[in-house]
Design a protein around this ligand. Structure first.
Ligand code: BV8
Ligand code: ZN
Length: 242
């Protein structure tokens, strides 16, 4: 780690778990408890029942606005201030990395804070956040002032292409880095899940941080078993210690 010139940090839902944001594996609650995230996070689901899906995303955005970055987010921002080069790639649609002070974040799956028109792609300023004390609720999505189209969440749904520029930059960084930290991801969603594999195949060291034991694909892969909020500050402290 101390000799690494170019770091990649690749994160999933697990890095935000200790902030109080449920991971994708955590079962959905209330209104959405009978749904699988992969079923709700699709164009079909939104067109079938816009109020159910828009309600889900506004619920998630309201929760994200209420919580704060945790020591894992802060450790990653700290690391970026001290290592020669660090590329931060996330699958998360929250803004906790940015709020922890990470200067640039590649969001492969979009963001909860950038809704746009489904028809003309006009960006819309996020509406007044939901008052979650009212409990989960169906919520009609706003309508586009330009074309009357439905406003959709600015996230990448299953079956949709990822943002080209972010994906290209992420793959380039993975192929060129010396060391990749994979934090809090189950590695089941593609093409994002290819990133740690590409780094290992390109000769980088890959370190997984996860409380669950993951299958390691090569001899260049290691796992630190535990919570990111506990392990990352320790790791950064040791790397930066004289
Ligand atoms: C596409 C935004 C091209 C929305 C998301 C190849 C093989 C198989 C399937 C496919 C394939 N290629 C494409 C597919 C289909 C599909 C896919 O991958 N399906 C999977 C389910 C099999 N991929 C797509 O559809 C992608 N698009 O391929 O387009 C295309 C287009 C047209 C036609 C043809 C091709 C788009 C995928 C993006 C979907 N959008 N998010 C939203 O958020 O609502 S994905 C979403 O789920 C997240 O962004 C994330 O990527 C994923 C969840 O995974 P994780 O983040 O890892 O979270 P998870 O809960 O699973 O795990 C948490 C982990 O943290 C656990 O391991 C846990 O142990 C750990 N943990 C818990 N606490 C802690 C912790 N770790 C550390 N500390 C803790 N405290
Ligand atoms: Zn429009």
């Amino acid at each position: 780690m101390r000799s690494a010139q170019h770091w990649v940090v690749f994160t999933g839902a697990g890095v935000s778990a200790e902030s109080g944001i449920p991971t994708f594996r955590d079962a959905l609650t209330g209104l959405w408890s009978n749904f699988d995230p992969e079923d709700l996070a699709t164009t079909e689901a939104f067109l079938r029942d816009p109020d159910l899906v828009w309600g889900w995303y506004e619920w998630r955005r309201a929760k994200v606005l209420k919580v704060a970055p945790n020591p894992a987010h802060q450790a990653i921002a700290e690391l970026a201030r001290h290592v020669p080069r660090l590329t931060l790639i996330t699958q998360n649609v929250d803004d906790l990395h940015e709020r922890a002070g990470s200067p640039s974040v590649l969001h492969l799956h979009g963001s909860l804070h950038h809704p746009r028109c489904m028809r003309c792609a006009k960006a819309l300023d996020p509406p007044q956040p939901l008052d979650t004390s009212q409990g989960e609720q169906l919520l009609a999505p706003p309508v586009c002032v330009d074309c009357g189209g439905l406003i959709r969440p600015g996230v990448v749904w299953f079956g949709e292409m990822l943002p080209e520029q972010a994906l290209t930059q992420a793959f380039e960084a993975a192929a060129q880095c010396d060391l990749l930290l994979s934090v809090g991801t189950s590695g089941v969603v593609y093409p994002a899940a290819q990133i740690p594999q590409l780094a290992a195949r390109s000769g980088a060291w890959v370190i997984h941080i996860n409380p669950q034991n993951l299958a390691l694909g090569s001899e260049r892969e290691f796992q630190l078993t535990g919570a990111a909020g506990a392990l990352l500050p320790l790791l950064v402290q040791q790397v930066l210690a004289d």
